[in-house]
Design a protein around this ligand. Structure first.
Ligand SMILES: Nc1ncnc2c1ncn2[C@@H]1O[C@H](COP(=O)(O)OP(=O)(O)OP(=O)(O)O)[C@@H](O)[C@H]1O
Length: 345
């Protein structure tokens, strides 16, 4: 398979002016600026082949967005190399733009006051699409993404889910070979998320579009990606098939227990609560305790049975762990290997 993306030692250090609080601080910073350096991305090596669908994961501040900005040519790296579809992104940004699509969940590329139909037209001019091609392509995308009812409504009046569908369709108008998606489902409700996931997966399968996405939602990764790359403090920590990662996810559940008020003191005075092998406390908030249960060691029924035997509860919920938890768990699992390789996390 052809290479879609390769980086070697890709790094970005941000230099920012340090400023103390208040007016005096601002004046001091202007008079005698002190610089602070922040290593956002540290020596990232990546190889993605055409047609792959890759999740690029890591906790807040791990450097995911900064990496995507370098790969799409928005930011210049401090050091290192990258090639995306044969182009050096920050040197050949325009050429690359004809071949990639980019969607940033937090930032719209649609004109806020215009209906999507006008933005689609503008995009077709920007990319110099042939009229016939453009009309056929936009008709196809409008149908697949079910955008018909919204095409003439100003974007500002659309729901977030409708807008995101328009965003992704707009990013596909010029038939990009690769799609960068930075948190494409952020803020959406469950149904809207599901639709976005199906649409992206379908583009990957039917058109072979290479997908590179970041998300904080484990279900996004499961639904859209076959491979997961986890970065931490910039460097690549883990790179493995999502199936393998899923086995980790499926072997753990998060159980939230909301206690009847009379039981609170019991919980707080017993740090090892509930003293069950295979269940550990990951958070407490008011009367609610969150447990991470390792299903390889203990069943949910047994945990609940033992909890109910010792206290009164108002509410219980059982969920898949949030992605941040899974990643933390992965860090734990890999700590030994990392120490052997003398990598600190
Ligand atoms: N323009 C900038 N100037 C200075 N520091 C920056 C800038 N952009 C990002 N950073 C810092 O670089 C680090 C990495 O940020 P980045 O946005 O790439 O992380 P992320 O993995 O995408 O996080 P999140 O999941 O929260 O979006 C953070 O500590 C951030 O504060």
């Amino acid at each position: 398979m052809m290479e879609a993306l390769r980086t070697r030692g890709l790094s970005k250090t941000f230099k920012t002016k340090k400023k103390d609080a208040g007016l005096a601080g601002s004046i001091r910073a202007m008079w005698k600026p002190q610089w602070e350096e922040k290593d956002a991305v540290q020596s990232v090596d990546l190889l993605v082949r055409e047609g792959e669908s890759v999740a690029f994961l890591g906790p807040n501040g791990a450097g995911k967005s900064t990496t995507i900005k370098m790969l799409t040519g928005i930011l210049h790296p401090t050091s290192g190399e990258a090639e995306v579809l044969g182009f050096v992104p920050w040197k050949e940004r325009t050429k690359l733009a004809y071949r990639i699509g980019a969607v940033f969940g937090q930032k719209s590329q649609l004109w806020y006051h215009l209906p999507p139909v006008d933005t689609f037209e503008l995009i077709s001019r920007m990319y110099e699409l042939r009229r016939g091609d453009y009309l056929e392509r936009s008709r196809d995308l409008i149908e697949r993404f079910e955008l018909g009812p919204y095409m003439n409504t100003p974007v500002r009046k659309l729901s977030l889910g409708e807008r995101m569908r328009c965003e992704i369709a707009a990013s596909l108008l010029h038939r990009p070979r690769m799609l960068f998606l930075d948190e494409p489902t952020i803020g959406l409700d469950a149904i809207a998320k599901q639709r976005i996931r199906e649409l992206i997966r379908e583009r990957n399968r039917s058109e072979g579009v290479t997908v590179f996405l970041t998300s904080h939602d484990a279900a996004d990764v499961e639904a859209m990606c076959t491979r997961a790359i986890v970065i931490h403090h910039g460097g690549v920590l883990l790179d493995e098939p999502v199936d393998k990662m899923k086995r980790e996810i499926l072997s753990r559940k998060t159980v939230s227990l909301t206690m009847a008020s009379a039981s609170i003191s019991l919980q707080l005075s017993e740090p090892k609560f509930p003293g069950i092998e295979g269940a550990e406390i990951i958070a407490t908030e008011g009367r609610t305790i969150k447990l991470s249960v390792d299903l390889k060691r203990i069943g949910i029924e047994e945990v609940l049975g033992r909890v109910l035997g010792s206290m009164r509860l108002d509410d219980v919920s059982v969920e898949d762990p949030p992605l941040e938890e899974i990643i933390k768990h992965i860090y734990g699992l890999h700590r030994e290997r990392l120490q052997e390789e003398e990598v600190t996390i």
